[in-house]
Design a protein around this ligand. Structure first.
Ligand code: ADE
Length: 256
């Protein structure tokens, strides 16, 4: 997989690429990460990449020239996504989709904005990693690269792929424990030490359901509410009231 990133702060991405999963993927030639700095495509003494907005107003706007030149010189893989708070929400579905392709490119916005002609004539789409405003797209680019690259076949071990499986079922993770079995008087749930694998599996799914109901009811809605099996599972472990006593009436009616 090849990922090209256009940024006026390539050092931020270089630091990131030197660590953990991503550096291992690069070393193993599973990931070809290329960084491009639009500043290398400026012609003035100050290597300017921004200018004041037409029509007036505070702040600076990134100029189209250096960005177009950098992208055209790189012949980078498409689609090219601009990272910005106004874009389509990046999520696990899109991460999975991108992981199946050969590559893509990311353009990091900075300052107050980017000349609209970049939106209109250069990038395929704008992506946002959430409803908050960052100073630039670099951190968002790292989020996208990490979420995608861990899904590329061969990039990581089985244990972690299983975690993705669990999220792809549309539920959040069940709680995990390790030794010691009793820590400061707090016990690991007895189910997990029962040795009954089928029971452990049902408990984990029940906990995932209960947590998702409590923390992310929107994900339950996306699954069209709770099935009869879901309800039976919650009942089996006495979680129908939710881990924190959530009223079942709030869970969405699954009856036709
Ligand atoms: N740049 C600034 N804010 C952003 C966000 N929320 N997502 C992606 N890129 C951004």
């Amino acid at each position: 997989m090849r990922i090209d990133v256009f940024t006026i702060f390539p050092e931020m991405l270089r630091q990131f690429a030197g660590h953990s999963l991503v550096s291992r993927a690069i070393r193993n030639e599973l990931l070809d990460l290329r960084l491009h700095d639009p500043r290398g495509h400026t012609s003035d003494a100050h290597r300017s990449v921004d200018d004041s907005p037409f029509g007036g107003g505070a702040g600076m706007v990134m100029m189209p020239g250096p960005i177009f030149d950098a992208v055209e010189a790189a012949d980078s893989p498409r689609p090219l996504y601009l990272l910005g708070p106004g874009g389509r929400r990046f999520d696990q579905d899109l991460a999975r989709e991108l992981a199946q392709g050969e590559g893509f490119s990311l353009l990091c916005g900075r300052y107050e904005g980017i000349d609209e002609r970049v939106h209109e004539h250069l990038v395929e789409e704008e992506l946002s990693i959430g409803d908050y405003v960052l100073s630039g797209g670099e951190v968002a680019a790292m989020v996208v690269i990490e979420a995608v690259s861990r899904l590329v076949p061969g990039m990581m071990g089985n244990a972690e792929s299983a975690t993705e499986e669990s999220f792809s079922s549309g539920l959040i993770e069940y709680p995990q424990y390790t030794r010691p079995a009793v820590f400061r008087g707090w016990h690991v749930p007895a189910v997990l030490r029962s040795g009954d694998h089928a029971l452990v599996e049902r408990w984990r799914l029940a906990m995932s359901l209960a947590r998702t109901i409590e923390r992310r009811p929107d994900l339950i809605e996306r699954r069209r509410g709770l099935s009869d099996e879901d309800l039976a599972l919650l009942r089996e472990f006495d979680l129908l009231g939710g881990p924190e006593g959530l009223a079942t009436e709030e869970l969405g009616d699954t009856e036709p």
